[in-house]
Design a protein around this ligand. Structure first.
Ligand code: SAH
Length: 370
């Protein structure tokens, strides 16, 4: 199936990615009332209507201006894969040929969408499949919103409860687009998701962590994976630029700005590398005094990966050290690994993937003017 990809000309931004502040400024600059922005957001994000001609309450000038200035097409997935556990993964082919994946994870009482913010990733963590494909480009805000729209098509507006920026890419390296999407997710006129249900995850881009704390009321997740700089440098090369002390200081800054929150610490357990009880104790010491919850993610293998997943007993022993020290710790259950949709398995390639899910690909139309 070769669906044409959305390829907006550079001078026509994608309307689906514009948040209220930007749209209001745009209308005001044209001599139109600021409330037009709310009308547009409601058509797009509440009603799912992207056809400007159908936005009857905008007035003729408003409609003509929008149509001339924006690309209103909506990107649709090229393929959808279903896991035996109910997890679904959609593949979006972007202009320029890159592809990204999005994962929809139904759980008891909630459904979480894991969105991608970049095609590939520049951070190059040693144990991540996305890193192995290098970095192609940042996603535009509308390309991230397209992932949200797909999830709403699947489970409805009420059905989608959580959005996590834990797919492909480093969200804080694409700050502007990610911030726009967060604003749309939070805006009651657009998606109106609870501030507790939007999580931005970072490998430790310290300046942007501080900026996020200042500007956006969303949950922060930090991928630590090690409690010592020497080990973390091997796993997350960015640690040479922003070592642990700086990252922890940025966490404290975030918590000072958001006193009712905690920081979610992600820790991928790699057999024989960072999963010993000594490392667990070092992690306890590192996190002492911070409002954190720890998510342990046993390594998810991918073709060509050099690491192994630890045995269950090692995982349990690591978790035990944290729990006994009073650190709230959850073990993240692997979801969707039969369709390569688990943490760290997203590589945005259709090739080789069909064999994981025979017959699971749902034909879908190309992008349409929604
Ligand atoms: N770049 C951001 C967003 C990715 S979130 C970040 O690093 O936080 C995905 C989480 O899964 C990160 O904590 C990442 O380090 C982790 N991860 C990557 N590859 C993995 C793998 N193969 N197995 C388990 N977890 C992995």
């Amino acid at each position: 199936m070769s669906a044409p990809t959305l390829n907006p000309p550079a001078d026509r931004p994608g309307l689906w990615g514009w948040d209220r502040v930007r749209l209001e400024a745009w209308f005001v600059a044209r001599g139109e009332p600021a409330y037009r922005a709310r009308q547009v957001l409601s058509w797009l994000h509440r009603r799912g209507v992207g056809d400007v001609d159908a936005m009857t309450d905008l007035g003729r000038a408003g409609r003509a201006g929008l149509a001339a200035s924006f690309d209103t097409r909506r990107l649709l997935p090229d393929g959808v894969f279903r896991s035996a556990d109910g997890t679904e993964k959609a593949l979006f082919r972007l202009s320029g040929g890159a592809a990204v994946e999005t994962v929809l994870i139904p759980e008891e009482g909630r459904t979480t969408l894991c969105v991608s913010s970049q095609a590939g990733c520049p951070i190059d963590c040693a144990f991540c499949a996305t890193a192995a494909q290098g970095f192609q480009r940042n996603l535009e805000a509308h390309e991230i919103v397209a992932q949200v729209r797909w999830a709403i098509d699947r489970v409805g507006r009420e059905g989608l409860t959580n959005v996590v920026f834990m797919g492909m890419g480093e969200p804080l390296a694409n700050y502007r687009a990610v911030a726009s999407v967060c604003r749309l997710l939070l805006d009651p006129v657009a998606y109106g998701l609870s501030r507790r249900r939007i999580t931005v995850s970072t490998s430790g881009l310290v300046p942007q962590m501080r900026r996020l704390a200042d500007e956006l009321d969303v949950a922060l997740a930090v991928s630590l994976h090690a409690a010592h700089d020497a080990l973390r440098e091997r796993l997350v090369p960015l640690n040479r630029v922003h070592p642990l002390a700086e990252i922890l200081a940025a966490c404290r800054y975030y918590l000072a700005r958001r006193p009712d929150r905690h920081v979610l610490v992600e820790y991928t357990l790699l057999d024989g590398v960072n999963d010993g009880t000594d490392e667990a104790r070092a992690l306890v010491r590192l996190l002492r005094g911070l409002a954190v919850k720890v998510n342990l993610i046993p390594f998810n293998p991918f073709p060509g990966s050099a690491f192994r997943r630890p045995a269950d007993a090692r995982v349990a022993a690591f978790q035990d050290v944290l729990t006994r020290a009073g650190v709230f710790t959850r073990l993240r259950r692997t979801r969707g690994d039969d369709i390569a949709a688990a943490c760290g398995q997203l590589a945005g390639e259709v090739r080789d993937r069909r064999k994981h899910a025979p017959g699971a690909e749902i034909p879908c139309s190309s992008h349409r003017a929604a």
